[in-house]
Structure formats: structure tokens, C-alpha cells
Ligand binder design. Structure first.
Ligand SMILES: *Cc1c(COP(=O)(O)O)cnc(C)c1O
Length: 495
């Protein structure tokens, strides 16, 4: 197109105000904020302009632009962050918000959110209190630790511990544990950020106690142990235990004490900051043994402390089943130093999260049957007897809503995963409802369920069929919503 005619065509694009007066957008004006409509109109006009400039369109179709603006306005009115139905069977699904909260925990968060709270107020002293107070006692009770604190997430916990204790000094870590978690958290990067000097020992598959012993020296601040998360090397592997690291750290500390005493110090004034610490980043961590429910040999935080860790940190929203948080437990003088680090202020938790975390921890303190109130635990421990009626109900609901000529619907044996980097090798036998397509394609239905619903449904695509794992279908109305959405795909998207 010659440039003069292109300019003429560009001039035929509607103005924002004209589009707003158009029937479609004028109708939305009663129920939608004007700013949102203006933005949608501007975006639609810009998209049309780009089409003309790139040559994919040769004239401005006013009606199409109005329809585009309307669609954009409607899409922008739907909350971006909203509930989804998780039919993947991955219990701690990082993309889907990890652990759902226990009802009681969610209520606790709402309660402090809606009003003022004791966040930093001590009602007995009638004076300023500490936000650390709410969870510390409970965490100590649950882990046997002397002291505890919680920060924004476990990545923050690792950064805080490394910054406080290893900045400008050495932290020794196995090459088998230099993992990347979830694409943005890499142990070497966090170490660099903290200013700690990383001393790698061993090999990817084998690291022995003597590798640490050889690496330790007067510049060593800590022996760091990192849970390998969802990374596993199987077969010819070896790693040093926390007990072994403790012995090696103790040998070095004794050596430093002796050197200090020889230099005229008394033991009592050897600076505790000069000691080699044993710190474990447990990743998912857990407050209770999960072996009764799942094939797990993961140590709990209290086991790692008893094995000799000075500090242990783990996530609040992985196996713990609480809100996003990073929990640090261990020796009181060390936790006191962490609390005083300016980073602790930058990484602190807000009142809603603290309330949810406190309530989650209270459920753990109650223990026993109360633990089933934590959705992550209930889902991981769900038995075949609990899953079978749910699977049959979902199968029947989809069958009732869908024409038998469109799809075949059946229950099948499948495998759920814990997710969140926790228990990567653990397979949970489960039941799923399988929808095989006699008309249309599974992939198109999968897309319809995810993108065309107010409550998106995320399922699994396998062998050109859709699988709905009932283990993670715990929301009220989830089953009906899925049946409705599948029927909707055949009724609307396909016809
Ligand atoms: C998940 C994980 C982290 C990060 O925890 P967040 O709570 O997601 O910040 C750190 N280390 C390990 C080993 C992990 O598995």
C-alpha cells in the first residue's frame, strides 16, 4: 500500500470516545468502571493500528474493533488472581498456589485483615510487642527448638541465614546439592547474593564426610546442607549425614577453642560468631513424619535439630500446608542475631500470613485427627476408600452431562504426586476420571476448561484423553463444575 493511502486508512480508525459511544461499550458503562473501558478501547484501536501497519489488515473494521474492545473490557473485569480447580493430582502445585489453607487458618487471616490486631502489641504489658511472638512458642513446641522465627519464604530464610553468618566467609556445600528450585532460586546465586563464599565439595553423585573435613578451615563459617528438592540421582550415590557434619564442625570448633586458649583467652570469651555452624535448608520440610501416609523417609525439622543442626529452615506452604513463609528454627543466640539483622525487617511476614501460620501451627499442636483439617495432609493421606466414591460421582456427573456419542467417560487407576519438590519419588496410587474424545480433541477441551471459565479447571492430558485426578478435587462444587465445563465444551466450542 502506498504510504499516502496507508495514512488515509489509519485516519479511518475510530477515536476512543467514538468507541465508548458504540452500543457494545455503552452497555458495559453501567456496570464497568470508565477507566477500564477507556483502556480496553485504546488497546483495541492500537491492535487494529498494528494490523494496518504490518499489512495483516487492509481496512479498519469498526465493528470488529468494537467487539475486540468489548472482549478486552470483559476479560479485564475478571480477577486475574482467582480460584482454580486443580484436577492434576499434584497436591503442592507451585503454579496453582501450592498448599490450600486449612479453613481455620484462612478464617484467622480474614479476622485480622478486617480489623486491628495484636500484631505488635503485648496486651499484658500494654506495650509494644513483637510480631515474632505469635508463632515462636508453637514452633519451639513442635520442633524442640530453643527459638524460632518466620520470614517471607524459605528463599528469604536461606538468604537471611547466609547473610548473617557467612557473609565474607566460607560456606561449604556439596556439589550434589547445588540445586535450582522452580527456575529462579539457585543455591549458588543466593550464596553470591548473600556475600558468602561458596566452597563446593565432592561430586554431583558422591560427597563424603572427608570431603567436608578437607575443605574446612579457619575461614569456614558454616557447613550447609541443602535438600535436593525435586532433583534426584539414583544408584551410585553418597552424601554426608547431619550427624557427620556435626562431628566435623565440632572438631573445627574445638581446634579454634584451643587456639584461642593458647592465645590467652578463656573458653567463655571465644566469640560464638567464630564457630562453624551446621545449617540445613530442608526445602519442603515437615513437622510430622509422613511415612504413615506416603512413601517418605524425609526427616522432620526436629529430627534434623536432634541430629546436630544449629539451624534448620523450611517452607510454610509446601508439606507444612500453611501460608507462604520461611521458617527458621534453632539455637536461641543464633535466632536472636537473625531477628536483629536489618534484612529480617525487609523479609518480614504480614499480619494475614502470620495469623494463618499461627492457626496452622495450632492444628499441628492439637495433632491426631485435627491434622486432617490441613488440606495438604488430608489430600496426601486420602485412601482409596475416600477417593472411590468421589471418582464415581465425578464419572456419573460427566456421563449425565455429555452425549455418549461425544465422549467415553470412565474411572481409571492413576498416580498422584506430592509436588513442591517434596518427596519427588513418592507415587500415590489414585483414581481419576478419564474422558476420551469421540468428537473434538482433548487438547481443545483442555484449553477450553483452562481459559474459558470463570473458575479455570486444570487437568492432565494423556494419550489424547483428559484425566481428572480426584485426589486434589477438594473444593465444594468442584465435581459439578467439571461436568458442566466438559458439557459446555461439547455444546458451545464444538458446535
Ligand atoms: C522450595 C525450596 C526452597 C525455596 O522455598 P520457598 O518457600 O519457595 O521460597 C529453598 N530450598 C529448597 C531445598 C526448596 O525445596
Amino acid at each position: 500500500m502506498a504510504s499516502s493511502t496507508l495514512n488515509d486508512t489509519l485516519r479511518t480508525l475510530p477515536q476512543v470516545e467514538e468507541l465508548l459511544r458504540d452500543g457494545r461499550l455503552a452497555q458495559l458503562a453501567a456496570t464497568h468502571p470508565r477507566a477500564l473501558l477507556v483502556d480496553a478501547a485504546r488497546e483495541a484501536i492500537d491492535a487494529a493500528r498494528q494490523g494496518l501497519l504490518s499489512g495483516t489488515a487492509s481496512s479498519a473494521d469498526r465493528d470488529a474493533i468494537a467487539a475486540d474492545a468489548e472482549a478486552r473490557a470483559l476479560a479485564a473485569s475478571v480477577p486475574s488472581l482467582r480460584r482454580v480447580i486443580n484436577a492434576t493430582g499434584v497436591v503442592i502445585h507451585t503454579n496453582l498456589g501450592r498448599s490450600p489453607l486449612a479453613k481455620r487458618a484462612a478464617q484467622a487471616a480474614v479476622s485480622v485483615a478486617e480489623g486491628y490486631s495484636t500484631l505488635e502489641y503485648d496486651v499484658d504489658a500494654m506495650a509494644r510487642g513483637s510480631r515474632h511472638a505469635h508463632c515462636e512458642k508453637l514452633l519451639c513446641l513442635l520442633t524442640g527448638a530453643e527459638a524460632a522465627m518466620a520470614v517471607n519464604n524459605n528463599a528469604a530464610a536461606v538468604l537471611l541465614v547466609l547473610t548473617e553468618f557467612a557473609k565474607g566467609r566460607q560456606a561449604v556445600v556439596s556439589r550434589g546439592e547445588l540445586v535450582e528450585i522452580g527456575g529462579s532460586f539457585r543455591i549458588p546465586d543466593i550464596m553470591e547474593l548473600s556475600g558468602a563464599e561458596m566452597v563446593e565439595v565432592g561430586t554431583t553423585n558422591k560427597t563424603r564426610a572427608r570431603d567436608y573435613r578437607r575443605a574446612i578451615g579457619s575461614g569456614t563459617a558454616m557447613l550447609l546442607k541443602v535438600h535436593p528438592s525435586n532433583f534426584r540421582i539414583e544408584g551410585f550415590t553418597e552424601s554426608a549425614s547431619v550427624k557427620e557434619l556435626r562431628l566435623i564442625a565440632d572438631e573445627e570448633n574445638r581446634r579454634r577453642d584451643e587456639a584461642a586458649l593458647a592465645g590467652g583467652a578463656t573458653t567463655s570469651n571465644v566469640n560464638p560468631a567464630e564457630r562453624v555452624l551446621v545449617y540445613e535448608d530442608q526445602g519442603s520440610g515437615s513437622l510430622v513424619r509422613l511415612d504413615p501416609f506416603a512413601n517418605s523417609d524425609e526427616p522432620t525439622a526436629s529430627e534434623s535439630l536432634r541430629s546436630g543442626c544449629d539451624l534448620v529452615s523450611f517452607s510454610g506452604d509446601k508439606l507444612l500446608g500453611g501460608p507462604q513463609a520461611g521458617i527458621i528454627v534453632g539455637a536461641k543466640p543464633l535466632i536472636d542475631r537473625l531477628k536483629a539483622n536489618p534484612l529480617a525487617r525487609a523479609l518480614r511476614l504480614d499480619k494475614m500470613t502470620l495469623a494463618a501460620l499461627e492457626e496452622t501451627l495450632r492444628i499441628y499442636v492439637e495433632g491426631g485427627a485435627a491434622l486432617q483439617g490441613i488440606p495438604a495432609i488430608a489430600m496426601i493421606s486420602a485412601t482409596r476408600e475416600e477417593l472411590a466414591p468421589r471418582a464415581e460421582q465425578l464419572r456419573d456427573a460427566i456421563q449425565a452431562a455429555v452425549d455418549p456419542e461425544d465422549a467415553r467417560v470412565e474411572t481409571v487407576e492413576e498416580t498422584s504426586r506430592v509436588g513442591g519438590g517434596a518427596l519427588p519419588l513418592c507415587e500415590l496410587p489414585t483414581l481419576a476420571v478419564k474422558v476420551s474424545f469421540l468428537k473434538g480433541r482433548a487438547l481443545d477441551c483442555e484449553r477450553h476448561l483452562a481459559s474459558k471459565r470463570m473458575m479455570p479447571i486444570i487437568c492432565r492430558l494423556k494419550d489424547d484423553a483428559l484425566l481428572f485426578d480426584v485426589r486434589t478435587l477438594i473444593g465444594e462444587g468442584d465435581l459439578e463444575e467439571i461436568a458442566d465445563a466438559v458439557a459446555d465444551f461439547f455444546d458451545e466450542a464444538l458446535r
